[in-house]
Design a protein around this ligand. Structure first.
Ligand code: UDP
Length: 333
């Protein structure tokens, strides 16, 4: 299959491209490099021995996308490209709505023009909002979010659902990610955000590398076993394999299907910090600070649908996640 991967130079995108190439698919990356580096394409080639096609473009640029589809027989699209910083989205909601909705709708319009009917969407557990009990199940009804970033995921899920109703021969798979962490075992690909990281594991990596002084754990007084928040952390390579399985499923499916990608269990921030220290034989300086606005105390996935429909389940341990994250962080520091 020829797979167009938007945002394919980013953290989850690049790991997915590796799995696609290893499985024998042809890959065309479209990335505007606004939050990724061109050298990721070289690194993918070093890992797989295959060079994906690469086009530096904004996937909301319809003319550019039409040119790409005219020049390539694209069988399926995996759409990662999006702005993704929750806190920034609260400050710049219009940028988030404009960018994330425009790029998804442009891709759909161009796919329609060229008869491409398989779409895998990078959604998020944030769509379960603050009011659903965990573990989260795909059929839960209260689909909402607490940030403009999260609302763009809710809205694009809605757009894809309506599009599938109008086009019964189209297939949209909504992959709801929990908390991906870790890195490729080569240490060549990983989560390396610009500026000070917002997410926990890249922050831990920079503290471990001595680039940041200490970790602040946001809140130690939640109603959880150790007072810190609980999340469903999964290895990014497991998540990447989930995309490959979703694509294989999509090949024989029409309609819309939401699928959680998580391990099915949660661990706390303190447990993750302790696991990181143990896996990498080091001490991590941290303090317990105030809660961060908008954080939920705890949630994790019901991961049974991914197993039933895709034959997918997470296989990496928390130790694998912590070891690979440090292997990447120390190489890129
Ligand atoms: N967290 C933290 N300190 C940090 C970054 C994150 O204590 O510097 C906590 C955060 O409060 C949450 C968990 O780590 O409980 C995961 O946060 P992250 O931003 O990685 O993902 P989220 O679950 O918010 O999507």
């Amino acid at each position: 299959m020829v797979v167009l991967v938007t945002g394919g130079a980013g953290y989850i995108g690049s790991h997915t491209v590796v799995e696609l190439l290893n499985a024998g698919h042809e890959v065309l990356i479209v990335d505007d490099l606004s939050n990724a580096k061109a050298e990721v394409v070289d690194r993918i080639e070093t890992i797989t021995g295959k060079r994906p096609r690469f086009c530096q473009a904004d996937c909301a640029d319809k003319t550019a996308m039409e040119q790409i589809f005219a020049a390539n027989q694209v069988d399926a699209v995996i759409h990662f490209a999006a702005l993704k910083a929750v806190g920034e989205s609260v400050k710049k909601p219009l940028s988030y709505y404009r960018n994330n909705l425009d790029s998804a709708m442009t891709m759909l319009e161009v796919m329609e023009e060229f008869g491409c009917k398989k779409f895998v969407f990078s959604s998020s557990a944030t769509v379960y909002g603050p009011n659903n009990p965990y573990p989260y199940k795909e059929e839960m009804k209260a689909i909402e979010s607490s940030s403009p970033y999260g609302w763009t995921k809710v809205m694009i899920e809605r757009i894809l659902t309506d599009y599938c109703t109008a086009h019964p021969d189209f297939c949209a798979i909504l992959l709801r990610y929990f908390n991906p962490i870790g890195a490729h075992e080569s240490g060549l690909l990983g989560d390396d955000p610009n500026g000070i990281p917002n997410n926990l594991m890249p922050y831990i990596g920079r503290v471990a590398a001595g680039k940041l002084e200490k970790l602040t754990i946001f809140g130690g007084d939640y109603d959880t076993p150790d007072g810190t928040c609980q999340r469903d952390y999964l290895h990014v390579v497991d998540l990447a394999v989930g995309h490959l399985k979703a694509l294989e499923f999509a090949a024989g499916f029409t309609g819309v299907e939401a699928i959680n990608l998580g391990t099915g269990s949660g661990i706390s921030v303190l447990e993750l910090v302790t696991a990181f220290e143990k896996a990498n034989s080091m001490k991590l300086p941290y303090v317990i600070g105030p809660r961060r606005d908008g954080d939920l105390p705890a949630f994790w996935a019901d991961a049974s649908k991914a197993k039933e429909l895709l034959g997918w389940e997470a296989t990496h341990t928390v130790e694998d996640m912590c070891r690979s994250a440090w292997n990447f962080a120390k190489k890129s520091s």
